[in-house]
Design a protein around this ligand. Sequence first.
Ligand code: DC
Length: 224
Amino acid sequence: MYSIAIDGPAGAGKSTIAKAIAEDIGFIYVDTGAMYRAIALYFLRKGIDGHDRKLVAAECPNIHVTLEYDEEGKQQVILNGENVTGYIRKEEVGKMASVTSDVPEVRAALLVLQRDMAQTSDILMDGSDIGTNVLPDASLKIYLTASVKVRAMRRYKELQEKGKASSLNVIEQDIEDRDYRDMHREHSPLKQAEDAILVDSSQMTVDEVANAIINLARERGLGD
Ligand code: DC
């Protein structure tokens, strides 16, 4: 089985790009952030404080997250039997995920599932510790990033298109806070693996980034 790991900070465009690449080369796309978000949703719904690490750890045996794929091949996230794919993209869920993902019991539960998936299919997995921890032997590792300013502007435009009011300054601050938490958490922090290729998308379009990574994959004989 072959695997491609794409790690990087929030808002760098990982999922858009990863989806396009996976489709092009015929790999299954695994969005690990969605798994952390499903767990975060569980805590939000239960009104549990994500900073209460003991309580978060104690709840883990009650949380079962799995992935399924619909007829179009789109990933669906199942939380304790419920398809929660439509509920996990909110800002508050992302923030909670950034906090609860630092609890070792949360990471351990998802690690098993993530490694299992790589045993059974050719996968393209994105997240923050895929190249460094989940799939250290991945066939290709990419660290995808963009400047805070560019990521904030992309998010601002996205919200504007949805007709949602927002402040660029607040978004920028949120991104900086999230980066700090993800890069400084105790367990498997976000960082570039030594053998990962750095791709800075600040000045690149989605197609340019996707094509650059597809070319790297093909150079290594990956994909159909
Ligand atoms: O990529 P995202 O915004 O969906 O990720 C949500 C949070 O989950 C992010 O703040 C970091 C965390 N995460 C993680 O700790 N490990 C991963 N492999 C993926 C995401």
